[in-house]
Design a protein around this ligand. Structure first.
Ligand code: WTA
Length: 641
């Protein structure tokens, strides 16, 4: 499957980065890193230009970029565009129901951001305070992020699909005293009771000073003394509110993400490096041209929404589309219908959505003309070559280049990708490193593997968009990312490099699941399961799933005397949904009298993984198990998911 798809001449015409330029810029980015990133920093307007560019070390771990620079990212995304783009649309929003559309020009966005910033200040939010956002995909989500950035508050967006318990944990961890939510949101015709979830999260839990509630649906919700109903009109005459000058290394946001152990980590990104990284990657990777409409289908609750719905596009003065709903509502033609109605030029989505839509056949796609499309993107998980080809041939009519972008919450923005205009494409390969990125493959012992090889993916040098710490736990940051291979950032992904230097991500090598492009720790699902009163022990692994990429396979041991039943299976599914959220719903649950353990009591996940993968013949050595006979009963108990 190493065959290349050549770039069309149309794709190369007018590109920001033809092949020779990629070579030159990539070399420059390594040979003169400071010079290169000084140049790229010109994409940003600084209050004080940085004189120090990169200042970092991976051993000991200390990462700074542009440390003496001063800037405000809201200013860069909004105010500075006003002279040239006041009347250009900054954001277009479409609701869950087709054709329900609102938009904001840059001038209107400025007005809305200033109003919300006034309201936040009046509620007591100051520079450095954490503000938790728990919102549907509405314009106010972007407005709230930018309003926080404007006044120097640190936003922590929590995906609206997370449960009250998950929300509470994230409010507590960053000691956030402010929450911004909405009465409710709509997804696929179903109401998500966001405000009620916030109330549940705060019951007997963290004390917050205020909950700012945005009226979106107008549904009935309970009120409490801490609620402030947001009325933008009330702030219409409040006047300008200048942007807070921020140090480049001042925190911009926290975003929780799952790791292989423990509870989710608060990934902390700072202002200057993140601004430059998102602005530069958006410009080069999407090859953005003046006036184009960009649509990223992610949710702002994930990093993709932060970097490529809000900050990257707006820093470039682009027009970015936000969609409240899901790909199959009211039917499987929804994406393509929206692409036509909004004349979308660049479309960025996840393999799981592509596979789900591919399953419905070509007709729903062909029913729409999609002539506006120029470029397609993929993100979040490995894309299988079959889905890649369908995306290319059917969705893009063979005309549009595909950028398969590999990156992580931790990396802030795109790290490995083909560049449209610069490289031929290989279906299923993310391509080549972005400027300044030096990937390295190592084996389990840390030996560096040169040339064509397969191994664990590390990055050897810092880049401006890199996360700086785990909020409140710098030691965890060091341990998680820099201790497996000393002096290197370890991504947690496995990867193959081919003879052309193209990278093929093979997926996580740690205990992180990627379910429909959503990251989940097996440990989180396990702890949700064992919090059920009848469960003694649980072990969770991923298994290949046609649409979701990975499904969630749970092995459950009940307390002595308890009997498995269909009813209990359903109850456990519900329990996990309630504890974490619908994205964590187990796909497959197997009751077992015991878990396979070594004599020292360690669960042998390798065996559980093999059984879940239906690879019973490849279990490997089982002689170290305390009870080797358990394996047969596990195999027998496996039902097809
Ligand atoms: C996976 C999402 C293959 C990978 C931006 C990574 C990918 C994890 C790709 C990060 C891709 C993301 N090809 N795998 N193009 N993009 N991944 O933090 O396993 O939600 O480590 O960031 O998604 O997920 P996260």
């Amino acid at each position: 499957m190493n065959d290349k798809v050549a770039l069309s001449p149309e794709a190369q015409a007018g590109s920001h980065c033809p092949p020779a330029k990629y070579e030159t810029l990539y070399r420059h980015s390594l040979e003169d890193s400071d010079g290169f990133w000084r140049d790229q920093a010109r994409r940003i307007d600084w209050v004080r230009e940085p004189s120090v560019i990169g200042n970092w070390s991976f051993d000991p771990v200390d990462i700074k970029w542009y440390e003496d620079g001063v800037l405000n990212l809201c200013y860069n995304c909004v105010d500075r565009h006003l002279p040239a783009r006041a009347d250009q649309k900054a954001l277009i929003w479409e609701g869950d129901e087709p054709g329900v559309v609102r938009s904001l020009t840059y001038a209107e966005l400025h007005g809305q951001v200033v109003r919300m910033a006034h309201c936040l200040k009046a509620a007591g939010v100051s520079r450095g305070d954490r503000v938790t956002l728990y919102l549907p995909m509405i314009l106010e989500a972007a407005v709230a992020m930018l309003a926080c950035a404007r006044i120097g508050a640190v936003h922590s967006v929590v995906f609206g699909g997370f449960s009250p318990d998950a929300l509470r944990g994230r409010i507590e961890d960053c000691e956030s005293r402010f929450v911004i939510t909405a009465d409710g949101g709509m997804r696929g015709g179903k109401l998500v009771p966001l405000k009620a979830n916030v109330d549940a999260a705060l019951e007997d839990g963290p004390r917050v000073d205020a909950v700012l509630v945005i009226r979106h649906l107008g549904n009935e919700v309970a009120s409490t003394g801490r609620d402030i109903w947001y009325d933008p009109e009330a702030w219409a005459d409040a006047g300008e509110l200048p942007c807070e000058p921020m140090g480049a290394e001042d925190p911009l946001f926290i975003l929780y993400t799952s790791g292989s152990t423990g509870k989710p980590k608060g990934v902390l990104h700072t202002t200057g490096g993140y601004a430059v990284w998102t602005a530069a990657t958006f410009h080069f990777v999407f090859d953005y041209r003046e006036g184009e409409i960009f649509w990223c289908t992610a949710d702002v609750g994930w990093v993709t929404g932060h970097s490529y719905i809000v900050y990257g596009p707006l820093a470039n003065g682009a027009t970015t589309l936000m969609y409240e709903g899901v790909p199959n509502h009211p039917d499987f033609g929804r994406f393509w219908d929206m692409i036509d109605r909004h004349q979308v030029n660049i479309f960025y989505t996840a393999p799981t959505a592509i596979r789900a839509l591919m399953r419905e056949g070509d007709d729903p796609v062909k029913a729409h003309n999609r002539a506006s499309l120029r470029l397609l993107g993929s993100v979040g998980e490995p894309i299988n070559p079959e889905a890649w080809r369908w995306y290319h041939q059917v969705v893009g009519d063979g005309r549009c280049p595909i950028v398969d972008t590999w990156w992580q919450t931790e990396t802030g923005g795109i790290m490995i990708t083909t560049l449209p205009g610069a490289h031929d494409m290989k279906p299923g390969s993310a391509g080549l490193p972005f400027f300044g990125v030096v990937p390295e493959l190592v084996d389990a012992e840390g030996v560096v593997l040169p040339g064509a090889a397969s191994g664990n993916l590390c990055i050897t040098r810092s880049w401006p968009g890199q996360m700086r710490t785990v909020y409140g736990d710098h030691e965890r940051f060091v341990q998680t990312y820099f201790s497996t291979y000393k002096g290197k950032y370890f991504t947690g992904d496995g990867c193959r490099r081919d003879e052309d230097g193209f990278y093929w991500i093979t997926g996580r090598v740690d205990d992180v699941l990627n379910v429909s492009g959503h990251r989940l720790g097996t440990a989180e699902v396990e702890s949700a399961l064992v919090s059920h009163p009848l469960v003694a022990e649980a072990a969770v692994v991923g298994y290949p799933h046609d649409i979701k990429g990975q499904g969630i396979y749970c092995y459950v041991t009940l307390l002595a005397g308890e009997e498995p039943s269909n009813g209990l299976e359903q109850a456990l599914r519900q329990h996990v949904r309630k504890e974490i959220g619908p994205i964590a719903t187990p796909d497959h649950l197997q009751f077992t009298p015991a878990l396979p353990k070594t004599r020292s009591g360690k669960i042998m996940r390798r065996i559980l993984r093999k059984i879940a993968h239906n690879e019973h013949d490849a279990l490997g050595d089982t002689s170290t198990l305390a009870d080797p006979s358990l394996v047969d009963s596990l195999i027998e108990g496996r039902r097809n998911p």
